[in-house]
Design a protein around this ligand. Structure first.
Ligand SMILES: Cc1cc2nc3c(=O)[nH]c(=O)nc-3n(C[C@H](O)[C@H](O)[C@H](O)COP(=O)(O)OP(=O)(O)OC[C@H]3O[C@@H](n4cnc5c(N)ncnc54)[C@H](O)[C@@H]3O)c2cc1C
Length: 396
C-alpha cells in the first residue's frame, strides 16, 4: 500500500497551502467580521485552477483527480472554511452534477462557456422550507408547457446562489407523481437572469460568514425543455450521488478546520507560561494535543481513502458517510479543546479559535446530518451482512 501522494497531488496540495497561507489566512478574521464575500480571493483561486480542480480540462477545468481536490480543499479550509465552502459548493455541488449527468451540450455550454473553471459560480438547490433531510417533501414544481418548464416554488440556504459572479442554479423540482405515490423529482438548470427567478438577502450566520447563502424564489419561471439535467425523473438518484462526493469534500473541509485548531493550540501551548513553565510542559495539555493529532490523522486518512475509492471507480458511499461524520466530529472536539488550551483568551472574539468554534457546527449538518450519515452506514452494514449470510446458506 502506497501512502505517498503522486507528484501531481503534492503539487495541488502545496499550491493551495501556499496560497491559503499568504492570501487567505491573514484576511479570514476581517472577512468573517465584515461578512464580505471575497471576490478577489475567489477570482485568484479560479486563475490558479483551484475552482475547477477536479473538473475535466476539455470543459475549462484543471483535470485533477478527486484526491488532489480534497488535499487542496483541506489547505484552503485550514485558512478559512468560508472560502473552503465556496470552493466545495461550487465544485462538488454546482459543477460535478453537470460532469456526471449532463448532456454533451450542457457540459459544453455551462461548464465550458459559462463557468469556465470558476470565473462564474454555480449553485445546487435542494433544500426548502419543508424539505431538509427529507427531500421527498420538495414542493417546488416544474410543469412542462409548450416546450418550456414552468418552475414555481422556493429554496432555502443555497450556497453561492447570490454572488455577482453566480451563473445560476440547478434546482430539484417535483415534475409529477410516481405509481408508488412518491414524487417524481427532476433537476432543472436555471440561469441567473431567467425572468421569474429572484434571490432574497443573505442570512445572518454563526459561521461561514464570508460565504454566500440565499433563499431563492421561482414564480412562473420559464426555461427551455432541454434544461433538464440529464433525464427527467432522475433528480433523486442524481442528488444522492452528488451528495456522496460532497460528503467526502465536507470531511476534507472539516479536517482543514481541525488542523487549524491544532495549529493554534500548539502555538498557544508553547507561548503561554503558568507556574513558571510553558503550559505545553504539563501532561494534561500534552494529552489534549496528542488526542487532537491522532484524530486528525485518522480523519484525514478516511477522507483520502474515500477519495481514492472514487478516483478508482469503486463504491465509496459508506466511506464518504464515515469520513463526513468522523471528520466533522473530530473538528468539533478539536475546536473545543483548542479553546480549553487557550483558557479565557480563547473565549474572546479576537482569538482565531473562537471563530473556529463558531464555524465548526455546520459541518455536522450540511450535506447530510450526522444522524442521516450514521443511518446510511448502518443500512449499508446490515445489507452487507444479510448478503453474506445468504451466501453462507447457499454454500452450506
Ligand atoms: C450555511 C448552510 C449552507 C447550505 N447550503 C446548501 C446548498 O448549497 N444547497 C442545498 O440544497 N442545501 C443547503 N443547505 C441545507 C442543508 O443541506 C440542510 O440544512 C441539511 O440537509 C439538513 O436539513 P434541515 O436543516 O432542514 O434539518 P432537518 O431535516 O429539519 O433535521 C433536523 C434534525 O432532525 C434530524 N432528522 C431528520 N430526519 C431524520 C430521520 N429520518 N432520522 C433521524 N434523524 C432525523 C436531523 O438529523 C437533524 O438533527 C445549507 C444549510 C446551511 C445552514
Amino acid at each position: 500500500m502506497n501512502f505517498d501522494p503522486t507528484s501531481e497531488q503534492r503539487r495541488w496540495r502545496d499550491l493551495a497551502r501556499d496560497f491559503a497561507r499568504e492570501e487567505v489566512r491573514p484576511r479570514a478574521a476581517q472577512l468573517d467580521r465584515e461578512q464580505k464575500f471575497p471576490y478577489d480571493i475567489v477570482s485568484e483561486m479560479a486563475r490558479l485552477g483551484l475552482m475547477g480542480l477536479s473538473l475535466p480540462q476539455e470543459y475549462g477545468g484543471s483535470g485533477g483527480d478527486f484526491v488532489s481536490y480534497n488535499l487542496a480543499l483541506e489547505e484552503i479550509s485550514r485558512a478559512d472554511t468560508s472560502v473552503g465552502i465556496t470552493m466545495e459548493a461550487h465544485v462538488s455541488l454546482g459543477c460535478s452534477p453537470f460532469v456526471a449527468f449532463g448532456t454533451p451540450e450542457q457540459k459544453e455550454h455551462y461548464l465550458g462557456e459559462v463557468i469556465r473553471g470558476g470565473e462564474r459560480l454555480w449553485a445546487f438547490g435542494l433544500t426548502e422550507e419543508n424539505a431538509g433531510t427529507d427531500a421527498g417533501g420538495t414542493q417546488t414544481t416544474a410543469e412542462l408547457k409548450e416546450g418550456r418548464w414552468v418552475v414555481n416554488g422556493s429554496k432555502k440556504w443555497i450556497t453561492n446562489s447570490g454572488t455577482d459572479i453566480t451563473g445560476g442554479v440547478t434546482a430539484i423540482a417535483r415534475t409529477g407523481m410516481r405509481e408508488n405515490g412518491k414524487p417524481e423529482l427532476t433537476a432543472i438548470v436555471i440561469p441567473q437572469d431567467t425572468p421569474g427567478y429572484t434571490r432574497g438577502p443573505g442570512y445572518e450566520k454563526t459561521g461561514w460568514r464570508a460565504s454566500d447563502q440565499r433563499p431563492l424564489y421561482f414564480e412562473y419561471c420559464r426555461v427551455p425543455e432541454e434544461n433538464v439535467l440529464g433525464e427527467r425523473g432522475r433528480g433523486f438518484v442524481q442528488f444522492l450521488q452528488t451528495l456522496d462526493g460532497g460528503r467526502v469534500a465536507v470531511a476534507a473541509l472539516s479536517v482543514g478546520l481541525a488542523q487549524a485548531c491544532l495549529d493554534e493550540a500548539l502555538e498557544r501551548a508553547r507561548e503561554r507560561r503558568q507556574f513558571g513553565h510553558a503550559i505545553a510542559e504539563f501532561q494534561a495539555i500534552q494529552f489534549k494535543l496528542a488526542d487532537m493529532a491522532m484524530e486528525i490523522e485518522l480523519a484525514r486518512n478516511m477522507v483520502l481513502k474515500a477519495a481514492w475509492l472514487k478516483d478508482n471507480d469503486r463504491s465509496f458511499g459508506r466511506e464518504a458517510s464515515m469520513a463526513k461524520v468522523f471528520a466533522s466530529e473530530t473538528a468539533k472536539r478539536a475546536a473545543d479543546q483548542a479553546i480549553q488550551i487557550h483558557g479565557g483568551e480563547g473565549f474572546m472574539e479576537t482569538s482565531a479559535v473562537a471563530r473556529y468554534w463558531r464555524q465548526v457546527k455546520i459541518n455536522e449538518i450540511g450535506e447530510g446530518t450526522s444522524e442521516i450519515n450514521r443511518q446510511i452506514i448502518a443500512r449499508n452494514l446490515l445489507a452487507e451482512h444479510a448478503e453474506e449470510t445468504k451466501e453462507e446458506m447457499v454454500t452450506q
